[in-house]
Design a protein around this ligand. Sequence first.
Ligand code: AMP
Ligand code: MG
Length: 395
Amino acid sequence: METMISVHSALELITNHVKSLPVEVMQLEKANGFVLAEDIYAPENVPAFPQSSMDGYAFAFDNNRSDYKIVGEIAAGSKQTFELKQGEAVRIFTGAAVPLAADTVLMQEKALVESDKLTVNDESLNKGTNLRSIGSEIKKGTKALEKGTVLKPATIGFLASMGIAKVKVYPNPSVGILVTGNELRLPGEDLEYGQVFESNSFTLQSALNQLNINNVTIYRSEDNLNQLQTLLSQILEVNDLVLISGGVSVGDYDFTMDALEKCDVNAVFHKIKQKPGKPLLFGTKADKVIFGLPGNPASVLTCFYEYVLPAIGIMTERNVKLQAKKMVLTQEYQKQVGMTHFLKASHNNDLVYLETGQESYKLSSFANANCLAIIPENTSKIESGQEIEVHLFPF
Ligand code: AMP
Ligand code: MG
């Protein structure tokens, strides 16, 4: 296990140890937001028959003719066909199959009709007008969507329009959140002296839900090694990703490390040269991914944004990492070298303002922020007006 590593090394280790989840066949109506794990080829021509795009009259276009005889009617969905002769037309409606001998549809607003006689009143009418030819949307066998496409309403609809009911996608992980701490009470309960409200599971679950990850179960344990170990082994059975909150430092009541070891989790690293979130732990067990997040609420969210998000990105083949940008810091900032600082900040017009209240127990500054300002490990001072890297919050 590595310890007290740089931010860069931590990310590299995560990248090297996390794998994408096995591809899943998913019902189309559930697949919005997921990434396609296959190229999609059109199974049929769309449309599969010559289709009218207007309510009107279909016939074989004849430049020297303005009158046609109406011999029947075809509604959308009708199997009716007509063997039209020259000079004959059918009443037709949007979406209906145009008879093979016809090549043009006159919109009804441009038609003069007297009993079965149609007179064309459209100077601009050409052969092919208002007719969707076979395969004009997509031809059978043509590549319709690439593997790696993030599905969205338009692509879901497009797939449905080709008759595709199921697709192969990279699924979302099932997530177990394990909250530890004797001092924790749920919002809504009464606090006794020395107790605090439990907020980390709320933060984490909300962040996961924002990513469309809804298979999330919350477990709670006291600071008790046996209880923690029993629960953790159950959690590892049924979840792809385990997020443990608290107990990951080296205090007398911090049992997360011991419990992980007893559950045969391979601890890849523990502790990063960063503030907040120094005690972060990352491990694996077969293909399962485990993060031990330091319990302080701002550390939890910082570590989620900086480390858990990239891991989820790899598992789901999605690009969910925070977007990095260079922006100008509007104030001086000084620190000791040796730790990367992730500072709650707000950006506006490429200028960055640091929030007051950077302590790791404060969430109010996080609530006001829209990005993290990154002050690198080996930097001791940033001048006001100097460019720094910021990571923008996706939510
Ligand atoms: P720990 O990492 O367990 O040493 O906890 C560090 C600090 O975070 C302590 O002040 C805890 O009370 C607090 N803390 C731990 N877990 C939670 C939680 N789920 N919600 C709110 N605060 C927490
Ligand atoms: Mg604790």
